[in-house]
Design a protein around this ligand. Sequence first.
Ligand code: 13P
Length: 287
Amino acid sequence: MLVSAKEMLDKAKAGHYAVGQFNINNLEWTKSILATAQELNSPVILGVSEGAGKYMTGFKTVAAMVKAMIEEMNITVPVALHLDHGSYEGCLKCVEAGFSSIMFDGSHYPIDENVAKTTELVKLAHDNNMSIEAEVGSIGGEEDGVIGAGECADPQECKAIADLGVDMLAAGIGNIHGKYPANWAGLSFETLDAIQQLTGTMPLVLHGGTGIPEDMIKKAISLGVAKINVNTECQLSFADATRKYIEAGKDLEGKGFDPRKLLAPGAEAIKATVKEKMELFGSVNKA
Ligand code: 13P
């Protein structure tokens, strides 16, 4: 069932668990994530970066594929199709394409401009029954060409953006996209706590979910995080399983070169990663 992310995230925030956003790149990714969510009876958010949208030939292709897969696979758990780190123009395109949720990443604008653009997009999203995520303070590292310095968000600015009526708020708290460096200082729970105190029931979003230790994930959920984004970890699992298949020479045995066989270990590896995360985030049986 394709739905806005609002209800699933409000329930997660109230129930002290988090819904995973898993980014998709192609049909295999989407199929693996949807199958796992259904098997575990978990709500799920499919994240699409602007780069991944382009790779899949455009947001309309993505929306059509996801809607058809939900129907053909008999997926009954709530699924949100969400633009990840969208530009203003990207948000407009996803509204038109039939996504159910958008993220407007205005974190690189001065706060007044972020407020103005977010206000406009909140109205547009809600007029179209879609949920909207905004961002304050940038996530470090690089996500498909979106580069952030990784500064912690100002809790007052978070409140200003939350008060615009967004459905979820991403706040930089020392989190980084991609692999964490060995000298990473960890998440700033002080910042997270201050943000949650000012934003109340607003579901908070933790980007850069790859490689955050379990105890930090659990603490972040206890301080109001209700959505956790994971991208790199599925890519690493997929690449690792595919490499093992090829290194074992399996593509050279019989019809092992058939793409349905060649891509199968990677697709299974994505399922295992998604399952592990859903169990850790506490979203199993919360559909
Ligand atoms: P990772 O690639 O670090 O898992 O981050 C994903 C993310 O935050 C998508 O917005």
